[in-house]
Design a protein around this ligand. Structure first.
Ligand code: HEC
Length: 210
């Protein structure tokens, strides 16, 4: 925006009473208002500026919708968390070795971050049948130390989670999850033992009776 100051400004400073002479507009596009003899041209903003403004406005609406309304957008923090989870899985996979062993599974249960990942999978895949904390529902209570299948060892739990019990409605998770995720879940179910949460009554044989 251009302002056109009245000439004779210096004179106005020294002699207060003398009115600064009005400047006649060189063309018609001078705005109506006038302050202390200062008048303003009506200069439109450059086209590129206006287009950039509207383009960023339209973009912001799409951005807002993608990240804050639709829930599809992954924030930087979420992307970081996803990357960290797969890095933990990778690290655990190396520590775990190729073969699933009781010791390897026990080791996984010692890693709190990995168990938090497993708990998240449990929240998505298992709670509808086994309850939020494994206390049971459609499926048996996983915290009571009693098992229908196997001895309750981590390897036996791994086998049940991996193969499922299709006839009874327990899905075979090896079909839907990676072997590492099945290992993590077996380790997680291992950490439930001894909690004895009130829920579904114990089924099968108590571990310590074997
Ligand atoms: C659709 C329901 C359903 C879902 C989902 C489900 N389960 Fe099960 N689960 C069952 C049922 C039913 C049984 C009992 C099978 C039987 O009676 O032989 C069972 C049994 C088990 C057992 C063996 C318990 C025992 O007493 O031997 C384990 C361990 C287990 N589930 C873990 C899981 C895990 C981990 C997940 C998630 C990845 C999961 N389940 C998801 C229904 C489900």
């Amino acid at each position: 925006m251009t302002t056109s100051a009245a000439p004779g400004h210096a004179a106005a400073e020294t002699t207060e009473s003398s009115e600064p002479s009005k400047v006649e507009a060189p063309n018609a596009s001078v705005l109506e208002h006038e302050y202390d003899g200062i008048r303003e041209y009506d200069n439109p903003l450059p086209g590129w500026w206006v287009y950039t403004f509207w383009a960023s406005f339209v973009f912001s609406v799409g951005y807002l919708f993608h990240f804050h309304v639709s829930g599809n957008g992954e924030s930087v923090a979420e992307a970081y968390e996803t990357d960290m989870a797969s890095a933990r899985e990778e690290r655990a996979k190396q520590a775990h070795g190729q073969k699933v062993t009781e010791e390897g599974l026990a080791q996984l249960s010692q890693d709190p971050a990995l168990m938090a990942d497993a708990q998240a999978i449990f929240g998505q895949r298992c709670v509808m049948c086994h309850g939020a904390r494994g206390e049971g529902g459609i499926g048996p209570n996983l915290t009571d130390g009693s098992f229908i299948h196997g001895s309750g060892s981590l390897l036996d739990i791994y086998a049940t989670v991996s193969n499922g019990v299709p006839a009874k409605g327990m899905p075979a998770w090896s079909l839907q999850l990676t072997p590492m995720q099945v290992s993590e879940l077996a380790a997680l179910v291992g950490t439930f033992q001894g909690k004895n949460l009130p829920g579904k009554a114990p089924e099968g044989t108590p571990m310590n009776a074997r």
